[in-house]
Design a protein around this ligand. Structure first.
Ligand code: GAP
Length: 512
């Protein structure tokens, strides 16, 4: 745990040092839970967006993308249920004066029990070696079974109390579990209260309720209100999807852990419209497809797990998270939700407009069901950064910090360097750079020793460094160094493009 906390600190300071992420308005001491992406962060973020857009929109005939506005008619949020139900149950510790989400406190308690089970399993695995049968052990070991039962009981109580908005019951559960405040260590809790997460502002010059509008807390509603526009103008046939990348805003009370939970963040969402009754088939399809998309990045299978929701959002009949092993432990990266026909029906009711689809095969009109995939762009950023950040001990005893970013996501694909600043080498390096930059984002670097320059590129995740030396002037070859293996190879300048492309092309990722 200690080590993982260090990792988060290291990632934060690395992100700042190299221009990936800065605290927002830092010269005024920052603004809580808001961050700015710097010159390299903007590149990495754009590449993540591209990966998502290509995989979700451009690789699917039946998915199209839109870009809706952040401000929407206020009735949208009444219809969607956000005005009445987009709340977090909050509890304060009277001693530390810290505020927590009550459900998160309980989930963290459950996670501790899970860790106990895992320790028990690890211990047994060590003891029994090759003969160890994990499934059998989990099914029969009394300690594991007792803890599993505990988890089920807590989860059931949490679900029932939250679903019934029984806030006293939630507090009672926290007291019964003897959960203490991580800061003060005390159990001196306030009552649990509901807190709406939407930011509101005023539109126009007339004050009062009529002009109160909200900053969208999810991009999804921009898709729902455009369902018919897109279906009709795009001649879309069910099943089809509408995708969108954009900003969302939530007045998160427990906003911490760097860019994991922010008040202004970006979502990449896709609503997939299906025939009523077919939603579970598509729900399973998208769960599988989205997990594959994540794993194709090659960060490692161990980073992912699926978690079915206990507390369903007000619109869902099934929901699952793809969780990622962040430096703070496993946490939600993406949500896949079967949203039924809730949203479209609500918008029909509140707008008085029909939002139906005529299915020519069934010869029938209906309100489609929706399966949603929703991933936080900033969380993807943190997942990719933290899993790629490596502090490596090299064979010669030295150390290097390297960002082993998936090559397609790396801010720069290539750094072109002249060995020295004279003898025409910079001119030759610039000639190569000017040609490669049509296809790849490149950087020119001539300052400091080659070793230092390599380290600098390792630290920002550049997959290839090209060194232009005196031999280049004679035979038009250069050395190309691989970030991960650190091996150098001599290649003809004319072969550079295909060599780099073989590593960084989107095709590699999208065909996985
Ligand atoms: N339209 C469904 C929806 O918004 P959600 O589970 O509330 O569902 C989807 O959010 C994703 O958005 C999450 O899985 C997470 O990656 C991201 N997200 C949510 N709140 C966030 C926050 N405060 N900061 C950063 N990312 C957030």
């Amino acid at each position: 745990m200690e080590q993982k906390e260090d990792l988060l600190k290291e990632v934060i300071s690395h992100a700042k040092e190299y221009g990936f992420v800065f605290p927002s308005s830092e010269i005024y001491d920052g603004l809580a839970a808001t961050y700015d992406y710097g010159q390299l962060g903007a590149e990495l973020k754009n590449n993540i967006k591209q990966y998502w857009w290509k995989a979700m929109v451009q690789m699917h005939d039946n998915i199209v993308g839109i870009d809706a506005s952040i401000f929407m008619h206020p009735t949208t949020w009444k219809a969607s249920g956000h005005v009445d139900a987009f709340n977090d149950p909050l509890i304060d510790n009277k001693d530390s004066k810290k505020r927590y989400r009550a459900d998160v406190l309980i989930e963290e308690h459950i996670e501790k029990i899970r860790q106990k089970i895992n320790k028990e399993v690890e211990k047994a695995a060590k003891k029994f070696g090759d003969a160890f049968d994990e499934a059998q052990f989990r099914a029969t070991n009394p300690n594991v079974l007792r803890n599993e039962t505990k988890i089920t009981e807590i989860e059931d109580r949490m679900r029932v109390t939250l679903e019934n908005n029984d806030l006293e019951g939630v507090k009672q559960l926290i007291e019964d579990l003897e959960i203490v405040c991580p800061i003060s260590g005390s159990r001196n809790w306030t009552e649990v209260r509901q807190f709406n997460l939407m930011f509101s502002t005023e539109m126009g010059s007339v004050a009062g309720d009529a002009s109160t509008i909200y900053l969208r807390p999810e991009t999804a509603q921009g898709i729902f209100v455009n369902f018919l526009n897109v279906q009709k103008t795009g001649r879309m046939k069910i099943p089809f999807g509408i995708a969108q990348i954009g900003k969302a805003f939530r007045n998160e009370i427990v906003a911490r852990q760097f860019i994991f939970r922010m008040r202004e963040f970006e979502q990449m969402e896709m609503q997939f419209f299906v025939r009523p009754g077919e939603e579970m088939k598509w729900y399973n399809h998208w769960k599988e497809t989205r997990l594959k998309w994540h794993k194709a990045l090659g960060l490692g299978e161990k980073y992912y797990r699926e978690h079915d929701h206990i507390k369903l959002a007000h619109y869902a009949n099934a929901a699952c998270d793809i969780e990622f092993d962040f430096p703070m432990g496993f946490k939600e990266l993406e949500g896949i939700h079967s949203r039924t026909d809730f949203d479209l029906k609500q918008h029909e009711q509140y707008s008085g407009k029909k939002l139906q689809y005529f299915d020519p095969e069934l010869n029938q009109n209906y309100v489609p069901y929706v399966v949603e995939t929703s991933v936080g762009l900033d969380r993807m950023f943190l997942a990719v950064m933290s899993a790629s950040y490596k502090n490596e001990q090299l064979e010669d005893g030295s150390e290097r910090v390297v960002l082993r970013l998936p090559a397609q996501l790396a801010p720069y694909k290539v750094a072109v360097m002249p060995l020295t600043k004279k003898d025409g080498l910079p001119e030759k390096a610039n000639e190569i750079l000017d040609d490669l930059r049509f296809d790849f984002n490149c950087q020119y670097d001539e300052k400091d020793s080659p070793g230092k320059r390599y380290r600098r590129q390792d630290a920002i995740g550049t997959p290839y460094c090209i060194m232009v030396d005196h031999q280049t002037l004679e035979d038009n070859t250069v050395t190309i160094r691989d970030r991960d293996t650190m091996l150098q190879e001599r290649v003809a300048i004319t072969d550079l493009r295909s060599k780099i492309d073989a590593k960084v092309s989107w095709r590699n990722l999208l065909t996985k």
